[in-house]
Design a protein around this ligand. Structure first.
Ligand code: SF4
Ligand code: SF4
Length: 320
């Protein structure tokens, strides 16, 4: 799959608002890729990502980087002494003392000054180069599916490495290049103050070499899990009826199965975690029957999974 198809697959499966952004740090001896141009004014790395997700492909040598912290963290320029010491974090009142600032700086991933000559950013679909990482500007629900897709083949959980400082440079570019693990960031002071990421969005960065397997796993999740969750199929019809503490008593559940609708497919029996439902032969046909309704925990799985909409739960709460 080429970058164009890969970007389309992620956009379609996750219904992304923005194009994923391909990011590459160019080594000193590497040629500049085709179809990129220098921005007319210096931009921060977070701003360049904003511009790229809107469709521009940028070549960003050091003199086009407006954030000296970000440029230094990515190994394009030496770190300014004031930034290296941490004193500016105190002036901005982002950290309480120099010890705290130095600890945060020391634990931050960085590349050595001069390791790279420029950064390149482009919408993934237009990237005529192999990115190091791909940065998504994304909603939490979409992050969840990317986490699921990443765990799909390995079963592994995720441990993210982020601080709220130096978002797109340290956490999304350097951290992911060094660790080869996807990472999340909620933005940073600079990224929130100077780019258009909205209050409901976060970032997630993926090593490019994992994008194809992630797309494969997402494709499998798109068969059932993603559309079902987005349709909220287990949402009980009434969940907002509060009751007073005097009324609280046993909650009883009746599992109503409409025999006329039921075609005996057996999905409800298979999915029920409490073995409440069993298939019963009725002459030469099979129908679902609630054989142990007292064990029903009201999870609504059978309701959501039944293709014939044959099941309803009747919940009664409170003292009779
Ligand atoms: S899932 Fe629905 S149609 Fe299938 S057996 Fe159960 S009640 Fe019947
Ligand atoms: S609501 Fe849950 S526990 Fe109750 S019958 Fe349906 S699947 Fe089983």
């Amino acid at each position: 799959m080429n970058n164009k198809d890969l970007a389309k697959a992620f956009k379609d499966m996750l219904t992304l608002r923005w194009s994923p952004v391909a990011v590459k740090l160019l080594k000193p001896d590497e040629p500049i890729p085709d179809n990129v141009s220098e921005p007319s004014v210096p931009l921060r790395h977070c701003q360049a990502i904003t511009v790229a997700r809107r469709g521009s492909s940028l070549y960003m040598p050091p003199n086009k980087h407006a954030c000296p912290d970000g440029a230094a963290i990515m190994g394009l320029v030496p770190m300014s002494p004031k930034l290296r010491s941490g004193e500016l974090y105190l002036l901005f009142k982002k950290l309480p003392n120099i010890e705290c600032a130095q600890k945060m700086i020391a634990s931050r991933p960085e590349f050595e000054a001069g390791a790279y000559q420029a950064s390149i950013v482009a919408p993934l679909e237009d990237a005529a180069f192999e990115p190091d990482v791909v940065i998504f500007t994304i909603y939490p629900e979409q992050v969840m599916w990317l986490c699921c897709a990443s765990s799909y083949g390995s079963g592994e959980r995720h441990v993210f490495h982020t601080s709220g400082y130096n978002s797109t440079c340290a956490d999304l570019t350097v951290q992911v290049m060094k660790s080869q693990k996807m990472n999340i960031s909620f933005g940073c002071y600079g990224a929130r103050a100077i780019s258009d990421i909205n209050d409901f969005e976060a970032y997630l960065s993926v090593p490019f070499n994992q994008m194809h397997s992630l797309a494969d796993s997402l494709r499998k999740l798109s068969v059932k899990s993603i559309p079902e969750a987005r349709r909220k199929i287990y949402m009980p019809p009434v969940i907002d009826r509060g009751i007073s503490s005097e009324q609280v008593g046993a909650c009883s559940v009746k599992v109503r199965i409409n025999e006329e609708r039921c075609d005996g497919c057996g999905l409800c029996e298979a999915f029920c975690p409490e073995t409440v439902i069993e298939m019963k032969a009725m002459g030469d046909i099979v129908k679902a029957a609630a054989i142990a309704a007292e064990k029903c925990c009201a999870c609504y799985t059978c309701v959501g999974q039944c293709p014939k909409k044959a099941i309803q739960l009747e919940l009664s709460q409170g003292k009779p």
